[in-house]
Design a protein around this ligand. Structure first.
Ligand SMILES: Nc1nc2c(ncn2[C@@H]2O[C@H](COP(=O)(O)OP(=O)(O)O)[C@@H](O)[C@H]2O)c(=O)[nH]1
Ligand SMILES: [Mg+2]
Length: 228
């Protein structure tokens, strides 16, 4: 649930990057962090353990657009993909507003992709919610590796709920598709927020990209601010 902070005049959205181990969740966040101007980002925190993987969450607040005088802030988290860390995944999912499900496009990862997606659904049920209530998008990552599964197949196995959601191809290591994915989920969140709060200006904001890569990132944010 988005948090409205009346003191700081901030609306805070929590976005969780979910998916199997090594699909590229951390790489997405690292890329986003590297492209956003200093003034618009917090520290990227990565908690690792002896297993030398990211085992807890990455935390990345980004200040984006302004809605009715309230700054919208996005917090991006990743979950550990390995099966044994389900308790941590549940913890990270608490009060989630939006989800990016990152799939690994390699053929031999299909089972892991499906497992992870099911695990996401189960963990949401445990929190008395579901993908019917939480906006989400899909990213089919690692398209640069040889012989990736076709997009229509990935859509067939992962994008088959009642309503089809936006899906993007990605190469997180080079940043391809990373901002398209982030923009899509942030737009969905702003649209939902606007619907639920009947805020016309939020609807307008939702039609603009919240972020754009590299040099245009700042101008996108600046343009949003200038519309106040
Ligand atoms: N070739 C290729 N490697 C990737 C891509 N995305 C991530 N990786 C690599 O895959 C490994 C796991 O990525 P990471 O982001 O740590 O996965 P996570 O477990 O989902 O957080 C790292 O070595 C990344 O550099 C991609 O699109 N293409
Ligand atoms: Mg990781």
């Amino acid at each position: 649930m988005s948090i409205i902070n009346y003191v700081n005049k901030e609306i805070q959205f929590k976005i969780v990057y979910y998916g199997p181990a090594l699909c590229g969740k951390t790489t997405n966040l690292t890329y986003i962090h590297s492209q956003v101007a200093e003034a618009h980002k917090g520290e990227l925190v990565s908690l690792a353990t002896a297993a030398d993987r990211t085992l807890f969450f990455d935390f990345l607040p980004l200040n984006a657009v302004v809605v009715k005088g309230f700054k919208t802030k996005f917090q991006l988290y990743t979950v550990p993909g390995q099966v044994i860390y389900n308790a941590t995944r549940q913890l990270v999912l608490r009060s989630v507003d939006g989800i990016v499900f990152v799939a690994d496009s390699q053929w031999d990862k299909m089972e892991e992709n499906i497992e992870s997606f099911k695990n996401l659904e189960e963990n949401l049920v445990r929190q008395s919610t579901s993908l019917d209530q939480i906006p989400y998008v899909l990213q089919y990552n690692k398209r640069d590796l040889s012989n990736p599964a076709p997009v229509h197949y990935l859509d067939f196995i992962l994008n088959n709920r009642n309503v089809r959601v936006p899906s993007f191809v990605g190469i997180a290591t080079t940043g391809q598709g990373v901002f398209a994915t982030l923009n899509a989920i942030s737009r969905l969140l702003l649209q939902k927020f606007a619907r639920e709060n009947e805020i016309a200006s939020a609807k307008q904001q939702a039609s603009q990209p919240a972020y754009a890569p590299a040099s245009t990132a700042l101008s996108g944010i600046a343009a949003a601010a200038a519309r106040r």
